[in-house]
Write a protein that binds this ligand. Structure first.
Ligand SMILES: Cc1cc2nc3c(=O)[nH]c(=O)nc-3n(C[C@H](O)[C@H](O)[C@H](O)COP(=O)(O)OP(=O)(O)OC[C@H]3O[C@@H](n4cnc5c(N)ncnc54)[C@H](O)[C@@H]3O)c2cc1C
Ligand code: FES
Length: 263
């Protein structure tokens, strides 16, 4: 069940240029949260900016959760100005988590840019619950935006890098690195990043017969299934519509369900 609560910021650090990690004290939320779920953060008191901003849960601790975010506009700029000790209003956990099914041979995480955000919690859960440390592909524009490497290595994950400029790992897209890892039937791939990257990841998985779950991006107003501001086109009818709500039906979807043509 989602909560709305004022939570104290216990840590707030810049981890790369314009990228921040924010930890809040929120024991109840942490008890309920699942990897892949998100929270709506009220970036400022009062009415402006009016909307809360959706952020994936990065890590789940005993007494709180962390978020990893990139400054892209006014809301995230305001969030970056908040200090340790201040109260942040948090609504969550929201949305459907990543499925964590046993019985697969391989588990591969594919992240583009700030799409890395939901994956430390997922890798941790896969390791603890299934005894499988996933392989992780971290892709970014350039080396200094490759985040969370240390966290994944500490969990025993094999990490592959891809950068647009070749400054670390392969000069390649995440989907190209994934293809070279030869996913097959018996592989489950988890993806998060820009829509074209997830589209390409879906194509690699579909060709290989691998299962693929992606956490989709969409601008959100209510975050709770009401406003229909976050719909994306589906391949199949869901409750008589060919649309799904990213906030309520997702943000995590089996990529077979999504109509990727327009991306
Ligand atoms: C389920 C979910 C989880 C998310 N998790 C994270 C996360 O963990 N870390 C993180 O950094 N960001 C995450 N985002 C994206 C984040 O919510 C947006 O970057 C943020 O709301 C932008 O707010 P703003 O006021 O700074 O920018 P705005 O001024 O609102 O927009 C600035 C620019 O960003 C674009 N934009 C705004 N919102 C989104 C969005 N949701 N998706 C794609 N483009 C957008 C706008 O079109 C505009 O071009 C997530 C989004 C969703 C839907
Ligand atoms: S954000 Fe309102 S329905 Fe999804």
């Amino acid at each position: 069940m989602p909560y709305i609560a004022d939570c104290r910021i216990t840590t707030h650090q810049e981890v790369a240029p314009e990228h921040y990690r924010l930890v809040v004290h929120a024991p109840q939320l942490a008890k309920e949260a699942q990897p892949g779920q998100f929270c709506m953060l009220q970036v400022r008191e009062g009415h402006y900016p009016f909307l809360r901003r959706p952020m994936s849960i990065e890590r789940i601790f005993a007494d709180g959760v962390s978020f990893l975010y990139k400054v892209v506009g006014e809301g995230t700029r305001m969030l970056s100005g908040m200090s340790q000790g201040q109260m942040l209003n948090v609504q969550g956990p929201l949305g459907k988590p990543f499925p964590r099914e046993s019985g697969f041979d391989r588990y591969i995480i594919t992240a583009g840019g700030i799409g890395i955000a939901p994956f430390p919690a997922l890798a941790d859960a896969l390791k603890r619950e299934l005894g499988k440390a996933p392989e992780v592909i971290i892709a970014a524009r350039t080396e200094r935006f490759l985040l969370c490497e240390k966290d994944f290595r500490q969990m025993g994950c094999k990490v592959h890098f891809a950068t647009d400029d070749g400054s670390a790992g392969e000069k390649a897209f995440a989907s190209e690195v994934l293809k070279r890892l030869s996913p097959a039937a018996g592989t489950v791939v988890y993806a998060c990043g820009p829509m074209p990257m997830m589209k390409a990841t879906h194509a690699v998985c579909a060709a290989a017969g691998a299962v693929c779950y992606a956490s989709l991006e969409a601008e959100m107003a209510c975050g709770d299934g009401v406003c229909l501001g976050c719909v994306v086109e589906a391949n199949v009818e869901v409750e008589t519509e060919r649309m799904v709500r990213v906030c309520k039906d997702g943000p995590v979807f089996d990529t077979q369900l999504i109509q990727w043509e327009s991306y």
